[in-house]
Structure formats: C-alpha cells, structure tokens
Design a protein around this ligand. Structure first.
Ligand SMILES: *Cc1c(COP(=O)(O)O)cnc(C)c1O
Length: 233
C-alpha cells in the first residue's frame, strides 16, 4: 500500500468537511495509522482524532502533545476498566462507555486526576451480537440512576450518545437504526432527568460507509477512518 501524501489527506478531509451539516463535526479516526498521518491531518486543520486502543493512543499522545497541544483525542473503542487510568489524564472524550463498571472506573480515575471527563453512552442498536453497548432501556435506567444519585457519578459529564449501525447494505435499515438513536437522544433531552441538559448535545454516529445517512438523521459527530487515511493494515 502506497503511503498517503499530505495532499491526499487534506483533499479527503476537505471533501468530507464540505458534506458536513452545520451542526456536525468530524472525528478523524487515526487508529492503526502512524502519528505522521495525524500530523498531516492536523496541518490540514483537523483537530479531533479518534483512537480505539489504549496503548496506541498513549503512544501517539506522548509523541504529539507537546507540538500539538490542541489536538482533541476521543476514545471510541472497547475500553478495559484496568486501562482507564492511562488515558484519564488527557482524554477529551470517552465515546464508548458500554457498562456501569466502566463508568464507575472512569469516575474514579477522573477524580484521582482532578478532571471532569466528557463521556457518551454507547447504544446497542445494530443487529450484530458482537457490537457492544447498552440497550435503550438500560440507558434510560442508567440516566435515571445518575439523576437520583449524582454523587456516585462525579468526575464525568454526560454529553450524549454514540452508536454504530449494522454492517449491512440496506440503507433503509441503517437509517432506521440511526433514527432510533436520535429518538432516544431527544427523549432523554426532554425527560427532565439530565443533570446538565445543556451539555447533552452530542450524537456520535456514522463511519466511512454510512456517514451521509447519519448526518441526515442528525449526527453531531461522525467518526471517519478509512475514507481519510485509507485501509488499515
Ligand atoms: C474504526 C472505527 C470507526 C471508523 O471506521 P471507518 O469505517 O474506517 O470509517 C468509527 N467508529 C468506531 C467505533 C471505530 O472503531
């Protein structure tokens, strides 16, 4: 595979940026790609980057944070509770909160480093059993618990929902999954249960293969890897 040039990356970023709705922002998913690609995207104006493995993220952060202190790192992949401590000092958002145990550990580590970490709750809407996340009912129950016992959840700021659609060709099915996440998001915003409703603004959905559909259903963050950086090794 031929390495990408900075022109390749900046052209791809520009064409995605053009397709964004005014309320949506791009998370450039740099996982499995070298830090040099992050630098090229940064030089082209990109600031939010998504990573899905702790070690890889920490390596990139160590290499880049002094030269590029305004990079905003989002964690988007499966996160083991015993690894939260490595990213708690610097992570800007953890989008992939998939269990109460993980949420409790994020709270604990955030308090340890004196931060409030923005989080999204991952909703399971896809048909694949392998995908993770809370069911809509689990999310409703969790938001109610956070409302009832906020002292247990110090250290995080709940800012919205994240989801991945089924990996299928059927666009109507994908759109309906995104729409169901948006309806849950709006229901929660109207529920009176959010401690800081003004912070609950993010709907992270859409990847390289389906982001136009996600934008149509109201995504505010789209997470795009291969359409910017090419296939992952
Ligand atoms: C890898 C990944 C993406 C980006 O996928 P592409 O198809 O390369 O755009 C988005 N979201 C999550 C959660 C991912 O793990």
């Amino acid at each position: 595979m031929k390495p990408l040039s900075s022109e390749d990356i900046s052209q791809r970023l520009a064409s995605i940026q053009e397709s964004l709705t005014s309320s949506a922002r791009l998370v450039a998913v740099s996982k499995f790609h070298p830090a040099s690609y992050v630098e090229m995207a940064y030089e082209a104006g990109q600031r939010i980057f998504g990573e899905s493995r702790v070690q890889e993220l920490v390596d990139k952060w160590e290499r880049l944070h002094q030269s590029y202190p305004d990079i905003v790192w989002h964690f988007i992949g499966p996160l083991q509770t015993n690894k939260v401590k490595y990213i708690a000092p610097f992570i800007s958002m953890i989008e992939s909160v998939t269990s109460e145990r993980l949420l409790a550990e994020i709270c604990r580590q955030a308090q340890r480093v004196g931060r409030t970490i923005p989080i999204l709750l991952e909703v399971h809407v896809a048909e694949e059993e392998t995908k993770s996340g809370f069911t809509p009912d689990e999310i409703r129950a969790l938001v109610t618990r956070i409302h009832d016992e906020p002292e247990l959840y110090r250290g995080v700021a709940l800012q919205g929902l994240m989801a991945m659609a089924s990996h299928v060709e059927d666009e109507a099915k994908i759109s309906e999954e995104f729409a169901s996440v948006r309806r849950l998001f709006e229901e929660l915003r109207a529920s009176g249960l959010l401690l800081s409703p003004e912070l609950f603004t993010e709907l992270s959905m859409g990847m390289s293969g389906d982001y136009p559909l996600a934008l149509r259903e109201g995504a505010t963050l789209i997470r795009i890897g291969s359409a910017i950086f090419g296939d992952r090794a």
